[in-house]
Design a protein around this ligand. Structure first.
Ligand code: IMP
Length: 178
């Protein structure tokens, strides 16, 4: 059986992503020079971004995973966030860097920041690969941003639609025909 190749329109190419991640890694390394960093990867969407980013950070890192869901299988935010899986480390007094795939309404990341701050870290910074300013409802500060994008539903490089397309090596736009 012949498999059809799936190639949605690219918004951000593999090369552009790699170049930007190198810059972000350099800034993070400089900002936390001489210190240890707890990196919290927000599953599932940030797993590829986070694995590429930590390779560009030249600091001692402890990696943690957390899983939150707000979307279900739709392209619209459901308006509520559920904590599906928590980190295992104690972050009290630690430098924490949360690594997220995309900030859309800001609800997910605001909820996560609030959960983390109660645990008394030394500080909490946010790295997000993408940001859709047109949808922002809960203001959050993105300390390390990959790309600002317009209000389109994007897939690939870890981001999904209904659990699919995470394996695309670039950021593509979800069209009705995909
Ligand atoms: P927020 O809580 O509205 O900021 O939504 C953030 C979460 O929604 C992200 O972590 C993604 O999982 C998901 N999301 C928002 N926009 C997109 C998109 O364009 N493509 C894929 N997932 C998205």
């Amino acid at each position: 059986m012949k498999m059809e190749l799936f190639s949605p329109e690219a918004l951000i190419t593999e090369d552009e992503i790699a170049h930007r991640i190198e810059e972000l890694g350099y800034s993070i390394t400089k900002d936390f020079e001489g210190q240890e960093l707890v990196v919290i990867c927000v599953l599932k969407g940030a797993f590829i971004f986070c694995s590429d980013l930590i390779k560009k950070i030249n600091l001692p890192i402890k990696l943690e995973f957390i899983s939150l869901s707000s979307y279900g299988d739709s392209t619209q935010s459901s308006g509520s966030v559920r904590l599906d899986m928590d980190i295992t480390a104690n972050i009290e007094g630690k430098n924490v860097l949360i690594v997220e795939d995309i900030v859309d309404t800001g609800l997910t990341i605001k909820t996560l920041m609030d959960i983390m701050k109660v645990r008394k870290p030394k500080n909490v910074k946010l790295a997000s690969l993408l940001y859709k300013p047109s949808k922002m409802k809960h203001s959050v500060k993105i300390d390390y941003l990959g790309f600002e994008i317009e209000d389109k539903f994007v897939i690939g490089y870890g981001l999904d639609y209904a659990g699919r397309y995470r394996e695309l090596p670039y950021i593509g736009i979800l069209n009705a025909g995909n």
